[in-house]
Design a protein around this ligand. Structure first.
Ligand SMILES: *Cc1c(COP(=O)(O)O)cnc(C)c1O
Length: 398
């Protein structure tokens, strides 16, 4: 640890040096089974040969030119992404927060450009996470992330997923611009929203001329076994969508995708990014997209995730005093615990298993999509041992 770093992270006391597939290795050569994947980012595991090749080849040619020039890689990746979903256009940034920021600006600007300047309100939901910019923390409304950062921004409305009446009432208001939803809440604790819930909100938005924004920064790019999580359901497509995390397979890339209609207010000069969509990022993004969007990769993710849920429900039946609930979708898996989740991450580390924290006292399992069935079995065996030592070491909630 160094005092020269801003002290905003609760870092695990390990220093990994290299990775291969789902395994991380520290300086002593100890192997860790990685069910964090850089927080749902290294979807193809560590040091995937195709990503390494794409990165190194491009690194020798051209890294960055700025958006003053055409970047062919952007045109190619935008084409792949829009072919793979509802969207017509893409804007590239460098992170999830920037993708969300673009989505929120686009939604307000859409109504403004139609002469409907009063439509500025964005409806967000408790338990969401949209990133760390001012707009993102206000859209998600997590008290721990907005506190102390000055007044709440105007134009953000907070609701709960369960309050159907309030949702209908808020969407019908003439000041509402957009609704922002994570189809599977990630950081909030791996809560998957149902197809019926999404359909109802989609229909309410359509009926009221309100834009629907999905934040698929975590749930997208194959994480749930479809390219995007909302594609599990019919008739729930958004108007705008934020994507990042696994989009670059570990290289920082974010994208805001939209229909041409929703994007129609975004004219020349009103938005931009210096680094967004640079040639290096686009080369890696294209290679990652090609691997992740493959039918076989997505089918594999679905198959290992079914294996995971079967084994995890057996595990929770064996440890009802430690595990309260198994939830999530695909390989965005949450274990709601009856012991402190942060402490449980420590006992999992004792088993050389890395898991991520989450809201609602969850730990999240976010393995690379390429995890094998044997590695799923190994992960659950290590969780089994972690549950046993949690019982011995940690205080169980009554
Ligand atoms: C991680 C995440 C973000 C923020 O992404 P950054 O790259 O950290 O800015 C936004 N939304 C969701 C759903 C996320 O999981």
């Amino acid at each position: 640890m160094t005092d020269a770093l801003l002290n905003v992270y609760n870092r695990a006391p390990i220093t990994v040096e290299r990775g291969e597939g789902v395994w991380l290795y520290d300086r002593d050569g100890t192997a860790w089974l990685d069910c964090v994947s850089g927080i749902a980012t290294n979807a193809l595991g560590h040091a995937h040969p195709k990503l390494v090749a794409a990165l190194t080849e491009q690194a020798e040619k051209l890294w960055h030119v700025s958006n003053i020039f055409r970047v062919p890689g952007q045109e190619a990746l935008a084409g792949r992404l829009t072919d793979g979903c509802f969207a017509d256009v893409a804007f590239f940034g460098n992170s999830g927060s920037e993708a969300v920021e673009c989505a929120l600006k686009m939604a307000r600007r859409y109504h403004w450009s139609k002469g409907d300047e009063k439509r500025i309100d964005v409806i967000g939901f408790a338990g969401s996470f949209h990133g760390r910019t001012y707009a993102a923390i206000n859209a998600a409304g997590n008290p721990g992330y907005v506190e102390g950062f000055g007044p709440r921004l105007p134009g953000y409305v907070q609701l709960t997923v369960d309050d159907g009446d309030a949702i209908a009432e808020a969407i019908a208001r003439p000041t509402t611009a957009a609704v922002i939803i994570e189809p599977v809440q990630g950081e909030g604790g791996a809560r998957a929203l149902s197809g019926e819930w999404l359909k109802r909100v989609r229909d309410l938005c359509t009926a009221n001329g309100v834009l629907l924004i999905y934040d698929e920064v975590q749930s997208g790019m194959g994480r749930t076994g479809r390219l995007f999580a909302h594609q599990w359901f019919e008739g729930v497509e958004p108007d705008i969508m934020a994507v990042a995390k696994a989009l670059g397979g570990g290289f920082p890339i974010g994208a805001c995708l939209a229909t041409s209609e929703a994007a129609s207010g975004m004219k020349f000069g009103v938005h931009g990014s210096t680094f967004g969509g640079n040639p290096l990022a686009m080369a890696v993004g294209l290679a990652a997209f090609e691997e992740i969007a493959r039918t076989t990769t997505l089918a594999h993710a679905r198959s290992v995730s079914e294996d995971f849920y079967t084994r995890l429900s057996n595990l929770s039946a064996r440890h009802p005093d430690v595990i309260a609930d198994v939830r999530g979708k695909g390989l965005l898996i949450g274990l709601k615990l009856k012991v402190n989740n942060r402490e449980f991450m420590g006992v999992a580390r004792d088993q050389r298993l890395l898991v991520a924290g989450g809201g609602d006292n969850c730990v999240r399992l976010l393995p690379p999509l390429i995890i094998s069935h044997d590695e799923v079995e190994e992960a659950v065996n290590r969780l089994d041992a972690a549950c046993a030592s949690a019982r011995a070491q940690l205080e169980l909630a009554a």
